[in-house]
Write a protein that binds this ligand. Structure first.
Ligand SMILES: Nc1nc2c(ncn2[C@@H]2O[C@H](COP(=O)(O)OP(=O)(O)OP(=O)(O)O)[C@@H](O)[C@H]2O)c(=O)[nH]1
Ligand SMILES: [Mg+2]
Length: 345
């Protein structure tokens, strides 16, 4: 399935139905009086976060959504039927922005979250409603209220617990494939990954988290170089970033700094997020080079990097455990689990 994480759509709520002008006419009943019913309400436009969706591709070819018009009122005091609502189903993690692309209207970060974006127009009053002591036979009714129209942006920010960042070819996709059932494309050239990939990492039956692999970052990505930094939105909500540095390059410290600079330039709190630095592809180095590169990277980032290899599996479990600890800590901080009651006989 194609992946699409941003699109613009036009929504419109339904117009209200018009009220009716009608008079009661029956044999032997003189001056039957007004009996025009009200119009029905126009359909609303709702948006709902649905489980099981992971792209906005449905909105690529269908961009206009309109609530139905309410039915007009009818004689004999019959009310028009309300117009049907439209419900836009989007993946969990979708944000809705105003036409300017910046004003956040709603963030659908919980499955089942449902919000009304536009309200349908009210139906107009029929002439029965205008009956009064002075005007007992009103010959007018209200038209229905028109619906509203709006252009909105849908932007998907995937929900993952841990994000993988690094230069192109750092081995991010290889690592994701090593620890989860995901099968991302892996190849020996930069920008193999064009869209984010998610994988579920199962440490034990109840210790699991979602790992996101995103395209590589290069120097100047925040100014649009390479694939840019837009896909960093998919790791904005993670608890921790795993920063992979390819150990087979000469200057590992510079590689680390380049990616850090791009994270800082992107903003949105990515630079402040906990980071696990990992020197990857250590299987390809001889011990002397290995120690030298580890020292160079440690000096740059200020902590001992994890030594891992997505190919041989070395250090991978320890790295995933460390990531899981951060995920756990972040979850506990968000919603502290209540202390179990002490058991007393
Ligand atoms: N020796 C060795 N090679 C690796 C390791 N991990 C990845 N590679 C190789 O490095 C190359 C790039 O791997 P990918 O996993 O596609 O790298 P990526 O970071 O996802 O790259 P982009 O998607 O282009 O950003 C591939 O040829 C892999 O076989 C590793 O641990 N050891
Ligand atoms: Mg990749």
């Amino acid at each position: 399935m194609k992946f699409l994480d941003q699109c613009k759509i036009i929504i419109r709520s339904g117009d209200g139905g018009a009220g009716c002008v009608s008079f009661r006419r029956e044999k032997f009943i003189e001056f039957g009086g007004p009996d025009g019913g009200d119009g029905g309400k126009g359909g609303d436009v709702w948006i709902e976060a649905a489980d099981g969706l992971n792209t906005l591709i449905d909105y690529r070819y269908h961009q206009h959504f309109k609530g139905k018009t309410g039915q007009h009122g009818m004689g004999r005091d019959r009310h028009g039927a309300n117009g049907e609502d439209v419900v836009l189903k989007v993946p969990v993690g979708c944000q809705v922005f105003d036409e300017d692309g910046e004003t956040l209207i709603v963030d659908l970060d919980q499955p089942g979250a449902r919000v009304r974006l536009l309200k349908g127009g009210n139906g107009g009053f029929g002439n029965t409603r205008f009956k009064g002591p002075t005007n007992q036979a009103p010959r007018h009714a209200n038209p229905g209220q028109p619906g509203e129209e709006k252009t909105i942006w849908l932007r998907l920010k995937l929900i993952a617990d841990v994000g993988l960042v690094g230069l192109p070819n750092a081995g991010k996709s290889t690592l994701l494939a090593a620890v989860s059932a995901a099968r991302p494309k892996i190849a020996d050239y930069p920008f193999t990954t064009l869209n984010p990939n998610l994988g579920m990492v199962d440490l034990t039956a109840n210790e699991r988290f979602v790992l996101a692999d995103i395209p590589g970052l290069i120097e100047g990505a925040s100014e649009g170089a390479g694939l840019g930094t837009r896909f960093l939105g998919h790791v904005e909500r993670t608890a921790v970033l795993i920063h992979l540095v390819d150990a087979t390059q000469d200057d590992v410290a510079a590689a680390w700094r380049t990616v850090r600079a791009e994270l800082a330039a992107y903003g949105a709190g990515l630079a402040e997020k906990p980071e696990l630095v990992a020197l990857n592809k250590v299987d390809a180095l001889d011990p002397a080079v290995r120690d030298e590169r580890r020292a160079a990277l440690a000096a740059a980032c200020g902590s001992a990097p994890h030594m891992v290899s997505g190919v041989s599996g070395e250090g991978v479990t320890a790295l995933m455990r460390a990531a899981y600890r951060q995920v756990r800590a972040a979850k506990d901080a968000a919603a502290p689990t209540p202390e179990p009651e002490a058991w007393r006989p």
